[in-house]
Design a protein around this ligand. Structure first.
Ligand code: ADP
Ligand code: MG
Ligand code: ZN
Length: 483
């Protein structure tokens, strides 16, 4: 029996959310009316000349710097030739040698273990148009009667991030995709919507016997458009390839397609080799000069990245998982920061925000920003709990009211009569009544048998309608039962 290991590399395409396209002044937000955002340049009419979009270049440099890449001071545009109806030029302007960014790394925390994934390159290219295959079949070209073409997306700036084959499991592949998405969102360079195609993954998978140093032949599954599908694609391909190899078959270098409904990949076409693309330097575009001072100025504009933010939250006192949830929900992260800055204990703030607040918004199917919650509310709520004014179950009820806009925690606690009694007089009266009704229990305690103590606490709590602070009850009862 052979034991197999997986080797995985991911190519990630990110559509930038610049105002204009990569090489012309057309709007880049792909308006819904087809072919209304096109011009001679993006339609490749004869004589039209491309000019690189400066904003797109600074955006790709931000991505590259965030992935610890080297930024080439001189970078070249190439023509990548292939024929497809949605590619008006019959070539795509892309990069080949001297991409904008090379040799980076990305650290992933996979179940508490840090894995460093190499980033081969991050290059600049342009998106294609969109084809809609009409009539027959399942919307794929093979059975279509005709095809509609919309060039609004043709020429939209597209960044491709290529990883080294350093990923070794489906889970890690998903964690990689998720972290790239977080970084791009934190940089604000793309809306990174997987379901809308503004971010998409090509997933390369091969397997080899453990101990083998050569890579096996890979397959490339194109345009996988959710994190869950990345994970499922990898799992499916690993299993499929092992079955083929153990059956004495061979894996062919090919492009495959992920079918979300069947949960399987299927062969699309043999994979192109780079010779097939007839790469040559685009004679219409000058080399991009990105002097180091310009790069440093871009570096100055980088926001705090998700990994650094998680680390900061963990240092403040929350656990890994809580830090992850906070950072992935910007509204919660900023509320966390504000509440902690106001002096609330980080650990409790983290627990309430990622626990009850998230649960409540899920129940209501709303976003955190749609609730009435402020950081002041969180600070007040936690102070009331820590001060013994609210039990944790009462605090949940109070928080629900606050989220629904019923007022501050104190308003809600008062109007719903949820405040705990820590007034010792009332509790002492209740204790006296309970002890009088349970002389046996008191005798046992006096004789050194502490078993009935818990029972008495329960009785006092009942007497208080559940609204006494259990800590105060325990301490007063201890005094009252000490001979
Ligand atoms: P192409 O454009 O031909 O797909 P790229 O260099 O852009 O080539 O991307 C190849 C991707 O495949 C990279 O992410 C790389 O890490 C990955 N890769 C290369 N060889 C293997 C292999 N044997 N198994 C798995 N992934 C691989
Ligand atoms: Mg590829
Ligand atoms: Zn245009």
């Amino acid at each position: 029996m052979t034991t197999w290991e997986a080797v995985i590399g991911i190519e990630t395409h990110v559509e930038l959310s610049t105002a204009s396209k990569m090489f012309c002044a057309c709007r880049a937000d792909t308006p819904p009316e087809p072919n209304t955002a096109c011009c001679p340049v993006c339609l490749a009419l004869p004589g039209a000349l491309p000019v690189a979009n400066e904003r797109a270049i600074s955006d790709i440099v931000k991505i590259g710097l965030s992935l610890d890449c080297e930024i080439n001071e001189s970078s070249l545009f190439y023509r990548k030739s292939y024929f497809y109806p949605d590619l008006p030029k019959n070539y795509q302007i892309s990069q080949y040698t001297f991409p904008v960014c090379e040799n980076g790394t990305l650290d992933l925390d996979v179940d508490g273990e840090i894995r460093t994934i190499g980033i081969t390159r991050v290059h600049m290219e342009e998106d294609t148009g969109k084809s809609t295959h009409v009539g027959g079949g399942d919307g794929r070209i093979y059975d279509a009667d005709y095809t509609l073409l919309d060039f609004n997306r043709a020429g939209v700036p597209l960044v491709e991030i290529v990883s080294e084959p350093d990923i070794s499991s489906a889970k890690e592949a998903r964690a990689y995709g998720a972290e790239i998405q977080r970084i791009v969102l934190a940089l604000g360079v793309s809306d990174a919507k997987l379901e809308a195609g503004s971010m998409r993954f090509d997933v390369n998978v091969s397997v080899r016997p453990v101990g083998e140093t050569e890579f096996g032949t890979r397959t490339e599954t194109k345009n996988v458009n959710s994190l869950r599908s990345v994970e499922r694609t990898v799992d499916f391909e690993i299993e499929r390839q092992i079955i083929v190899l153990e059956g004495g078959g061979e894996i062919v270098l090919e492009t495959r397609h992920w079918n979300e409904n069947t949960g399987r990949t299927s062969s699309m076409r043999p994979k192109e080799e780079s010779e097939d693309y007839r790469y040559f330097q685009d004679p219409d575009l000058l080399p991009l000069e990105l002097p180091s001072e310009w790069q440093e100025a871009i570096r100055e504009t980088l926001p705090e990245l998700p990994a650094a933010r998680r680390k900061r939250f963990i240092t403040a006192g929350v656990d890994n998982v809580t830090a992850g949830v906070l950072v992935d929900t910007p509204a919660l992260a900023s509320m966390f920061e504000a509440a902690v800055a106001e002096g609330a204990p980080a650990r409790s703030v983290g627990i309430w925000l990622t626990g009850e607040v998230v649960a409540h918004t899920r129940r209501r199917a709303i976003a955190v920003s749609d609730t009435a919650l402020t950081s002041d509310h969180i600070v007040e709520l936690i102070a009331m709990i820590d001060g013994g004014e609210l039990s944790s179950s009462a605090a949940k009820q109070v928080l629900a009211g606050v989220l629904d806009g019923e007022g501050t925690p104190r308003n809600v606690a008062e109007s719903e009569d949820l405040l705990q009694v820590s007034d010792t007089g009332a509790i002492e009266e209740a204790i006296a009544a309970v002890l009088e009704a349970n002389p046996d229990a008191l005798d046992k305690i006096h004789a050194g048998d502490m078993k009935p103590f818990g029972f008495l606490v329960g009785q006092v709590m009942r007497h208080m309608g559940g609204r006494a602070d259990p800590k105060v009850v325990q301490s007063l009862l201890r005094t009252a039962t000490t001979p």
